[in-house]
Design a protein around this ligand. Sequence first.
Ligand SMILES: CC(C)(COP(=O)(O)OP(=O)(O)OC[C@H]1O[C@@H](n2cnc3c(N)ncnc32)[C@H](O)[C@@H]1OP(=O)(O)O)[C@@H](O)C(=O)NCCC(=O)NCCS
Length: 187
Amino acid sequence: MQSELDFKPVSYSQTTLTELMIPAYANFGGKIHGGILLSLMDKVAYACASKHAGSYCVTVSVENVEFLEPVDVGDMVSMFASVNYVGNTSLVVGIKVISENFKIGTVKHTNTSYFTMVAKNDEGKPIKVPGLTLNNEEDVRRFIEAIKRKQIKQVYKVELDNAKTSIKNEMDKKLLAGERCNFSFTF
Ligand SMILES: CC(C)(COP(=O)(O)OP(=O)(O)OC[C@H]1O[C@@H](n2cnc3c(N)ncnc32)[C@H](O)[C@@H]1OP(=O)(O)O)[C@@H](O)C(=O)NCCC(=O)NCCS
């Protein structure tokens, strides 16, 4: 049975990473590369997850990465990470990304994404993570949302596998009607 010591509150591992967006991070359009933001998100997810787990962690999956607003050179980007959910060896870290421009006084919420991480021991074997103490309604809401996302992901995976099978069987021309593609062969 788990003792109280096997649980940690969300606040214990909450982590913020703030970084100035320098010109070296820009793409050819003068905005910040999505890959730079993803790399910073992975970093803060690792810091948050490994603090909660008290061990090394690896990234298993990333959900909900949609950059809704561009980030400009000179912006100060802050990533707020907290453990939303724990399984047995896995944990979900929610990351809210905010981009601030001090010169013109704007604050943009660019995205909120979810990183699933797995704790590992020195031999690379997944290990049990501490439980999560939920101290307020927001903690509970995030935990429940993570359970729902997990359920939806399972359904989505089955649906996608079924869709792949039916594509192979039917090569459905009706689905392609109205799409911006043409054919260089007959089928
Ligand atoms: C993730 C990994 C540890 C899973 O190993 P495994 O032997 O399949 O272990 P398990 O099946 O017991 O899964 C371990 C946990 O990962 C979770 N998991 C596995 N695949 C998952 C996926 N696609 N999405 C979300 N969670 C997943 C399982 O649900 C399980 O969680 P739980 O213990 O909380 O129930 C293994 O695939 C791995 O090491 N991958 C490489 C990770 C890595 O190197 N990342 C760096 C980026 S390249």
